[in-house]
Write a protein that binds this ligand. Structure first.
Ligand code: KIV
Length: 278
């Protein structure tokens, strides 16, 4: 039996102990976080926080797979889910199956995530009926940032709120094992969490959800471009990195590093054997 949490374990946590999810993209970071979390998402946020892109749209399937493999190698317990990147699943449910099957077989993860509500219900049903568990994603959908005019909070008006409830119900009915709700108001997150039988995982959607996901680089102070209101900084690792590298640079310039304790000694000279006299 795998020691990892399964998608069933996650689904069964509905209404019970909160589900803890972080994003992970590399083996060392996955190893540091694995003992403390339930779910690790290899999110397409990697495009922004690892690769310095302005949006998530430039992430490719090969990138998702390579980072997914790294996270699997670095972790042992968490349920690992990999994002299907922009363009890999929207055109048709057949495309979606091909992309998801590649991820599942090459990464060995537990599930894929895709963005979308009612418009993706048929695709989610297609994947889940063919053995691919799906985490859905409604509310603010970063892959649609160009269509909605930026990273802005969704569901503030009654019409928007009704649409997001309908999206959440549609993905739940289609067979998703849980759903990310991103960037919306607390009352709506609470209504959705009460209305559907699968866990809701919030990001910028309040503690009314069944669990939380966060972009790890945001809470560790490793991504400086902007800090959304919903992010709490638990560390300032970016500052620590700058300070450490500044000290290293000063030591190198002052010839203080490497010191004697960092230097390899030469092998002791071998004694020559004495020549026998005749
Ligand atoms: O890509 C990502 O990290 C995500 C989370 C923000 C949910 O989709």
């Amino acid at each position: 039996m795998s020691p990892r949490l399964s998608v069933r374990d996650i689904a069964n946590r509905k209404g019970a102990e909160p589900i803890v999810c972080v994003t992970a993209y590399t083996a060392p970071m996955a190893g540091f976080m694995d003992p403390y979390v339930d779910l690790m998402l290899v999110g397409d946020s990697m495009g922004m926080v690892i690769y310095g892109m302005a949006t998530t749209l430039g992430v490719t399937l090969d990138m998702s797979i390579a980072h997914g493999q790294a996270v699997m190698r670095g972790s042992a317990k968490a349920c690992v889910v990999v994002d299907l990147p922009f363009g890999s699943y929207q055109a048709s449910k057949v495309d979606a199956y091909k992309a998801a099957a590649r991820v599942m077989s090459e990464v060995g993860c537990a599930a894929v995530k895709l963005e979308g509500g009612r418009e993706m219900a048929e695709t989610i049903e297609h994947l889940t009926q063919r053995g691919i568990p799906v985490m859905a994603h409604v509310g603010l959908k970063p892959q649609s940032v160009n269509a909605v005019g930026g990273f802005r909070v969704q569901g503030r008006t009654p019409d928007e709120a009704r649409a997001i409830v309908a999206d959440a119900k549609a993905v739940s009915n289609a067979g998703a094992f849980c759903v990310v709700i991103e960037g919306t108001v607390e009352s709506l997150a609470r209504d959705i969490t009460r209305a559907i039988p699968i866990p809701t995982i919030g990001i910028g959607a309040s503690s009314a959800c069944d669990g939380q996901v966060i972009v790890t680089e945001d809470i560790l102070g490793l991504y400086g471009a902007f800090t959304p209101k919903f992010v709490k900084r638990y560390a300032e690792l970016g500052v620590s990195v700058s300070e450490a590298v500044a000290s290293y640079a000063a030591d190198v310039r002052a010839r203080k590093f490497p010191g004697p304790e960092h230097v390899y000694g030469a092998a002791p000279a071998k004694k020559k054997p004495l020549k026998k006299k005749r």
